[in-house]
Ligand binder design. Structure first.
Ligand code: HEC
Length: 230
C-alpha cells in the first residue's frame, strides 16, 4: 500500500514536471519571434516629451538658423559681443525667475526696428513660445531622442521639416531660397546642396554655424542620392 502511494506520488510529480515543461515550450518558441519584433533602429524610438522645450532639439536650431547669419551673432561678426551658437552664451540672455522680463524675451517681442530681434522679421509665435517655455522650465541644457529614422527621406514628411528648422532663418528669402520643393530641388539640381552639406568650412559649409544631426544629414544625402523626389 505504502509502495503504491510512493509510486503514485512519483507519477503525479512526473506528470507535473511533464505538464510544466510542456507549458514552457510555447514560451521558448515565442522567444525568437518576439526578438524579431524589437525595433531594429533604436533611433526610431522617441523619448521626447511634447510638453518640454529641449535646448538641443528645440531651442538651439532657432538661434543658429535665425541669429547667426552674416553680420549677426556668429563667431566672426560677434555683433554686440554675442556669439549665439552654444548653450553657455544663449543662457546668459535668459532669465528663469522672470522669463518675460529677460533681455531675450524683450527683443523677441519688440516691434521697434532698432530693438527687435531678429532685426528684419520677428520669429514665429511658435518659436517665441518655445523659447519662453524653455526659460519657464529652467533653461536647461537638455535634449531628447527625437526618433529620427535615417532610412526615411520623403520630401514633405522628412526633408521639409529639417530645412524649416535648420535653414529657413537664413533661406526663407534672399539669394538662395529653399523653403519650397521647387526651390530646394533646384539647389539639388545645380549641385550646391550636396557640395554645401559636405563642406566643412566657410563659406560653403551649411548650416554655417552649427552641424546638422548625423541622422538629419543622412536623410538629406539619401534624398539627394535618390534624385530629389517629391
Ligand atoms: C546662419 C545663416 C544660414 C543658415 C542657417 C543656412 N545658410 Fe545656407 N547660406 C547662407 C549664406 C549667407 C549663403 C550665401 C548667400 C546665399 O546664397 O543666400 C548661403 C548659401 C547657401 C546655398 C547656395 C550655394 C552657396 O553655397 O552659395 C545653399 C544650397 C545653402 N546655403 C543651403 C543651406 C542649407 C541646406 C541649410 C540648412 C541645412 C542652410 N543653407 C543654412 C547662410 C545660411
Amino acid at each position: 500500500m505504502k509502495n503504491l502511494l510512493n509510486i503514485s506520488i512519483i507519477a503525479i510529480f512526473g506528470l507535473f514536471l511533464l505538464l510544466n515543461s510542456c507549458e514552457h515550450k510555447p514560451k521558448e518558441l515565442i522567444k525568437p519571434a518576439s526578438k524579431d519584433t524589437i525595433v531594429i533602429n533604436p533611433n526610431s524610438v522617441t523619448n521626447c516629451d511634447s510638453s518640454i522645450a529641449y535646448f538641443k532639439n528645440d531651442i538651439l536650431p532657432i538661434f543658429t538658423s535665425n541669429c547667426t547669419g552674416s553680420g549677426c551673432h556668429n563667431a566672426i561678426d560677434k555683433v554686440e559681443g554675442l556669439v549665439l551658437t552654444n548653450y553657455k552664451n544663449i543662457l546668459k540672455l535668459a532669465d528663469t525667475q522672470n522669463p518675460k522680463g529677460s533681455d531675450l524675451w524683450k527683443v523677441l517681442v519688440s516691434t521697434d526696428p532698432n530693438k527687435m530681434m531678429p532685426r528684419t522679421q520677428r520669429l514665429s509665435a511658435s518659436d517665441r513660445n518655445k523659447i519662453l517655455k524653455w526659460m519657464n522650465q529652467g533653461a536647461k541644457n537638455d535634449s531628447c531622442n527625437a526618433g529620427c529614422d535615417s532610412t526615411k527621406y520623403a520630401y514633405a514628411a522628412d526633408i521639409a521639416p529639417i530645412i524649416a528648422k535648420n535653414c529657413l532663418g537664413c533661406h526663407a528669402t534672399g539669394t538662395t531660397k529653399i523653403g519650397s520643393y521647387i526651390d530646394l530641388f533646384s539647389q539639388y539640381q545645380n549641385g550646391n546642396l550636396l557640395t554645401d552639406l559636405n563642406a566643412n568650412s566657410a563659406p560653403r559649409k551649411m548650416p554655417p554655424n552649427t552641424n546638422l544631426s548625423a541622422c538629419d544629414k543622412k536623410k538629406l544625402l539619401k534624398w539627394i542620392a535618390a534624385g530629389g523626389p517629391q
